[in-house]
Design a protein around this ligand. Structure first.
Ligand SMILES: N[C@@H](CCC(=O)N[C@@H](CS)C(=O)NCC(=O)O)C(=O)O
Length: 274
């Protein structure tokens, strides 16, 4: 074929293929540049493949926090579920977690245990994890630290069990104090930053820290204010929260001690688990 010397139609064929190559060589660098620029700006450059070790989704409130951060921000990760063994988790969990607890994150040679440390580690590579506004970020970090180190009565009296519904026998003064403080915190965040999430328009790590409370509110019908209840509903409606919940319902593993604690708290209304 001699494109250059061909007649009118031959010349047009040559021009078309030339046009194709020209278009390709011009647009490919633009596409590649914007793709890598976006990844760079998203701080996703190294695209790490994290492994997150967690326990049963039905019970493990601490596991939910970093899992939700990863899932809600579409950060790629592999999840490894280690169901709670009946006779203590120490030996089993020590195989991958220095403190024998979950959650535990592995990023290559780096091992990070404790949900707060994991979320902070993720935030270093994915700044969208915390709010971008300085004041909102400071508030969110304070509230997350308060949740992380407090609310013992809520933890002791209302263990997380996503798939059951319980009518509490009673609400002790200590539990009421925790509920009142959580309600106050939630309303403060919603008012200060405009909602629908605690630190503003976008989901951030502070919402992940309170996500287990939203499941507890659903399980025990906790007496929160209207605004606080609406916020709990916002969390429960997140696609990632729905995925966690559906997986929790499908689990067939049971931890008798944990179940007993939950059933002792009140009257069992429903057990929606598999
Ligand atoms: N402060 C830790 C608490 C972790 C924790 O207590 N995890 C529970 C599961 S939700 C656990 O591994 N329990 C096993 C055990 O204590 O034997 C965190 O935030 O990660």
């Amino acid at each position: 074929m001699e494109p250059q010397s061909a007649g009118r139609s031959g010349l047009s064929t040559y021009t078309k293929s030339q046009g194709f190559y020209l278009g390709f060589f011009i647009s490919a660098p633009i596409f590649l540049h914007s793709y890598f620029a976006k990844r760079y700006l998203d701080n996703d450059w190294e695209s790490p493949m994290y492994t997150l070790h967690i326990a049963n989704k039905n019970y493990s409130s601490w596991s939910l926090r970093p899992w939700l951060v990863l899932a809600a921000f579409d950060i790629p990760f592999t999840e490894k579920i280690h169901p709670f063994p009946e006779n203590g988790a120490w030996d089993l969990y020590r195989a991958f977690s220095p403190n024998g607890k979950v959650p535990c994150l592995q990023d290559g040679d780096c091992v990070i245990w404790d949900s707060l440390a994991i979320v902070e580690y993720l935030a270093e590579q994915h700044p969208q994890v915390w709010p971008s506004d300085k004041a909102a970020r400071a508030w969110a970090r304070s509230a997350a630290a308060e949740m992380h180190s407090g609310f013992q009565a809520l933890r002791n009296n209302c263990g997380m069990s996503c798939g059951v519904r319980i009518e509490l026998h009673s609400i002790s003064p200590a539990l009421q104090k925790d509920l009142t403080r959580i309600d106050e915190l939630w309303c403060e965040g919603l008012q200060k930053f405009g909602g629908p999430f605690l630190a503003g328009e976008k989901f951030s790590a502070i919402d992940a820290f309170f996500a287990p409370v939203a499941f507890r509110a659903q399980t025990y019908q906790l007496p929160f204010s209207k605004a606080a209840n609406e916020y709990a509903q916002t969390l429960l409606a997140m696609p990632a929260m729905k995925r966690w919940y559906e997986a929790a319902l499908l689990e067939t593993w049971r931890e008798p001690a944990h179940d007993q604690e939950v059933f002792d708290a009140g009257k069992l209304i429903a057990d929606l688990r598999n």
